[in-house]
Design a protein around this ligand. Structure first.
Ligand code: DUC
Ligand code: ZN
Ligand code: ZN
Length: 460
C-alpha cells in the first residue's frame, strides 16, 4: 500500500520541520512540502509530531530466568511495544553454560518465528567462553547478522563469565568488528551481601536494594571499561543506573575509548523509596535496582552531555504470582518489570515536556543512536529517503493515564499505575504498513521481521 502523511512536524536526531512523507513498498520514497502525489491512503498529521519508530535495544521476551520465565512472549511483547511507539526491539539469546551459541540461537529462533508482530533482532549472551565459542562468535558476525555479544559480570553459576573469559571474548569481537555489551555489577560483592542479609533475617524487598549498593556497579563499570581499553574493543554498558558508574565512564572517555552507555526509562523516573513498601516493593525488584534522586539527576545530565547515548527498558515482566515466589525472601523475587510499552511516552512526557531533554535528543536516545550503535542505520532510526517506513505519528497534547487496565503487556500489574502523561502515540507504521491506528493493532503475529545487523556506525 502507498501512504501519504501530510503536514506533520518531522523530528529526527538533527532536524525539526513540517513536510509530507510519501511511502511505498516498505520504504520512505519522498519527503517534501505539499507533495502532489496520490496515495492509496492519506493521513493528515497537522499539529502532530512525526518521528522514527522507537528502538528498544534491551528487552527479555519469553526468557527463562530465576526458576520461571518472563511473561511477555514475542507476540505480546512486540505488540505492546508497537502500541507505545517502539517498532523494533533487540532481545537477548542466552547461551546455556556448557552448550553452543548455535543451539541457543535455534531456541530463540523458535520463540520468535511466526510470532513477532514488530521487528526484532538478537544480542548473543556469551555465558561460557571457549575455543569453539570463539569460532561461533566469528560466524555470528559474518553470517548471522548478530554483531553484539552480551556478558554478565553477575549471576554467578548461571550467566556470569570471569575476567579472563571476558578479555578473550573482547579480543575475538574486536578482530571481527563486533561490540561487547555488559551487565556491569560486581556479582561476588552482591552475592556476599545477599547472603549476609539473609543470615540476619533481612528478607523484605528493601534488602534487594541494599544488597546492590552503587559501588558494586561503579566498580564493575570501571573494570569492564579498563578491559575494553586493554583489548581496544568497542563496548556498551547496559542499564546504567547511577552517578558512580557514570563517573567511571567519564574517566574512561578521557582515554578516547569507544564506549557506549545505555540507561533505562525506569532509572530516570523512579527511585529506591519504592522498596520501602514491603507488600508491593517486588514490583520494582530488578537488577540493578532503582537508585536515588541524585542518580536520576546524574543520568539526565549524562544524556545531555552525550555520555549516555541510549534509553532502553530492560523489559522483563513477571506476573504478580511469579513475583510472589519471593514473598518471604527478596532473593527469590524474579528480577525485572514491565516497561516496553511506556518508554517513548515516558521519555516525551517526563523528559521533553518537563524540559530535561530536547525533542532531537529524545529521538536520538529512543531510536537513532541504538540504530547506529547496533549497525542498522540508516535503514532504521531516522526519517530519510530510502529508510524503512517505521514511523510514529504522535499527539503531543493528548493526556492519558497509565494503568494495568489499558496496557497491552502480558503483566497483571503496572509499575506506573495512575501516572498521568501528556503526549501519546497515535498511529504507528512498521515498514510501510499501518501497525497501530485508532487504538487497535492491525498487524498480526509473524508480521515482524528479524533484522540482520552490521558494524556500529556511531563514533564518539
Ligand atoms: N535484570 C533484570 O532486572 N531482569 C533481567 C536481567 C537483568 O539483568
Ligand atoms: Zn542486566
Ligand atoms: Zn536485561
Amino acid at each position: 500500500m502507498s501512504i501519504l502523511i501530510k503536514n506533520g512536524r518531522i523530528i529526527t536526531a538533527s532536524d525539526d520541520y513540517v513536510a509530507d512523507i510519501y511511502i511505498e513498498n516498505e520504504l520512505i520514497v519522498s519527503i517534501g512540502k505539499n507533495l502532489k502525489i496520490v496515495a492509496e491512503k492519506t493521513i493528515d498529521a497537522t499539529n502532530k509530531l512525526i518521528f522514527p519508530g522507537g528502538i528498544d535495544p534491551h528487552v527479555h521476551l519469553d526468557m527463562p530466568f530465576m526458576g520461571t520465565k518472563s511473561s511477555d512472549d514475542y507476540e505480546t511483547g512486540t505488540r505492546a511495544a508497537l502500541f507505545g511507539g517502539t517498532t523494533m526491539c533487540i532481545d537477548f539469546i542466552l547461551q546455556t553454560q556448557g552448550d553452543t551459541l548455535y543451539n541457543a540461537l535455534k531456541t530463540w529462533q523458535e520463540k520468535s518465528k511466526g510470532k513477532a508482530v514488530g521487528d526484532y533482532s538478537y544480542h548473543m549472551a556469551v555465558t561460557d567462553f571457549n575455543e569453539n565459542v570463539a569460532k561461533e562468535v566469528v560466524q555470528f558476525i559474518k553470517e548471522e547478522g548478530i554483531t553484539s555479544f552480551k556478558t554478565f559480570m553477575a549471576y554467578k553459576g548461571a550467566l556470569m563469565i570471569d575476567d579472563g573469559q571476558m578479555v578473550q571474548l573482547m579480543k575475538v569481537v574486536k578482530e571481527n568488528g563486533g561490540l561487547v555489551t555488559v551487565h556491569a555489577t560486581n556479582g561476588d560483592m552482591i552475592d556476599t551481601l545477599i547472603a549476609k542479609n539473609k543470615k540476619e533475617g533481612n528478607l523484605t524487598p528493601l534488602y534487594h536494594y541494599l544488597s546492590q549498593p552503587e559501588i558494586t556497579e561503579a566498580e564493575a563499570s570501571g573494570r569492564f571499561t579498563d578491559m575494553l581499553f586493554y583489548t581496544d574493543c568497542p563496548g556498551y554498558i547496559v542499564h546504567m543506573t547511577c552517578e558512580g558508574a557514570l563517573n567511571a565512564v567519564r574517566r574512561a572517555t578521557l582515554r578516547n575509548q569507544k564506549l557506549f552507555v545505555e540507561t533505562c526509562s525506569q532509572y530516570l523516573v523512579l527511585d529506591a523509596s519504592l522498596y520501602e513498601n514491603d507488600k508491593e516493593g517486588a514490583k520494582w525488584v530488578m537488577s540493578p535496582p532503582l537508585r536515588e534522586k541524585k542518580d536520576q539527576i546524574a543520568l539526565w545530565s549524562g544524556i545531555n552531555q552525550g555520555m549516555i547515548q541510549v534509553v532502553g527498558t530492560d523489559h522483563c515482566p513477571f506476573m504478580w504470582e511469579q513475583k510472589l515466589m519471593g514473598k518471604d525472601d527478596f532473593s527469590k523475587i524474579p528480577n525485572g518489570h514491565p516497561a516496553i510499552e511506556h518508554r517513548v511516552e515516558l521519555m516525551y512526557s517526563e523528559g521533553v515536556r518537563k524540559g530535561k531533554i530536547s525533542l532531537n535528543k529524545f529521538v536520538e536516545v529512543c531510536s537513532t543512536n541504538a540504530a547506529k550503535i547496533f549497525g542498522m542505520y540508516p535503514r532504521k532510526g531516522t526519517i530519510a529517503i530510502g529508510s524503512d517506513a517505521d514511523i510514529v505519528i504522535f499527539d503531543p497534547k493528548k493526556e492519558h493515564e497509565i494503568s494495568v487496565k489499558t496496557h497491552h503487556m502480558n503483566c497483571d500489574y503496572s509499575g506506573y499505575e495512575g501516572w498521568k502523561l501528556t503526549g501519546k502515540t497515535e498511529t504507528v507504521l512498521l515498514r510501510g504498513k499501518i501497525a497501530i491506528e485508532n487504538e487497535k493493532c492491525l498487524l498480526k503475529a509473524g508480521d515482524g521481521e528479524f533484522i540482520a545487523r552490521g558494524k556500529t556506525s556511531l563514533t564518539i
